[in-house]
Write a protein that binds this ligand. Structure first.
Ligand code: NAP
Length: 245
């Protein structure tokens, strides 16, 4: 078993806040250098870097921009060494909305970030990463629950991630690249308030068999495992992290 610190650097998209930031912290604590991207919140990205020192680099780059993945992989190779791990995490819900009220621009933005952004990251990873590397794609329990009444658009974007995970695991397995996804349920981050549903977690807590909301650190725990050698025979799997919901 190779130790975490010998496994090489990881690229994390959307790493400045929430689940991405928890994963950046967890990877650095394990000795893996990290390059992360973020969209606009400079203060959050700077604060994260300040706390982690020389093992982390940040790049302000939109996940949906086709130029972003190459910039991330280049930065990682220049500052550390070629990436051996990718966590394609950047995502948004768009505004909570029934389908009858959803604006086309909001639908496009969600698909561009959650589906095209993850696809382009995985595509660049497939071109650049070698045997022994691993990708984790960010899905959601919404992919199976459907998001009805809140965000079917978001659920649809995450359903595509599940399909992509299965297909890429088959396509890239012969190259020695593992591909898995995580599907978190109700996790305590700012994403719910950003959608205009500040009380969502409190309202939904009763739906969770384990009786509580999950934490970003609990998701990061699974992601770091999937990116590590300890999951060497795990590929094509979507790991639910939803407290049984
Ligand atoms: P969050 O707290 O809102 O953090 C989102 C992160 O993604 C931030 O670092 C943000 O950067 C970045 N980001 C957003 N749009 C981006 C873009 N276009 N390009 C680059 N970076 C971008 O969200 P979170 O809850 O941690 O969610 C992270 C992922 O987990 C998402 O894909 C989400 O769908 C998924 N997820 C979350 C939950 C949950 O309950 N929280 C459940 C299931 C799945 P800035 O700081 O610059 O805005």
């Amino acid at each position: 078993m190779v130790s975490h610190s010998d496994l090489g650097p990881v690229i994390v998209t959307g790493g400045s806040r929430g689940i991405g930031a928890a994963t950046v912290r967890a990877l650095v604590a394990l000795g893996r250098p990290v390059v992360f991207s973020y969209a606009s919140n400079d203060a959050a990205a700077t604060a994260l870097c300040d706390g982690l020192g020389r093992q982390v680099r940040a790049l302000k780059a939109d996940a949906g921009d086709p130029a972003t993945p190459a910039r991330l992989f280049d930065l990682c190779a220049t500052e550390f060494s070629p990436a051996t791990g990718l966590f394609a995490n950047a995502g948004i819900t768009g505004p909570a909305s029934k389908i009858t009220d959803l604006a086309l621009d909001d639908l496009r933005r969600v698909i561009e970030t959650n589906l095209i952004g993850v696809f382009l990251s995985a595509q660049e990873g497939a071109r650049r990463m070698g045997s022994g590397s691993a990708m984790v794609l960010m899905s959601s329990r919404a992919a199976e629950l459907g998001g009805g009444g809140e965000w079917v658009h978001y659920a649809a974007s995450k359903g595509a991630i599940n399909a992509m995970t299965k297909g890429l695991a088959r396509e890239l397995g012969p190259k020695g690249i593992r591909v898995n996804a995580v599907a978190p349920g109700l996790i305590d981050t700012e994403i719910h308030a950003a959608a205009g549903l500040g009380d969502r977690l409190a309202q939904k807590r009763g739906d969770v068999p384990l009786g509580r909301i999950g934490t970003a650190d609990e998701v990061a725990e699974t992601v770091t495992w999937l990116l590590s050698d300890r999951a060497a025979y795990v590929s094509g799997t979507i790991v639910d992290i939803g407290g049984g919901r």
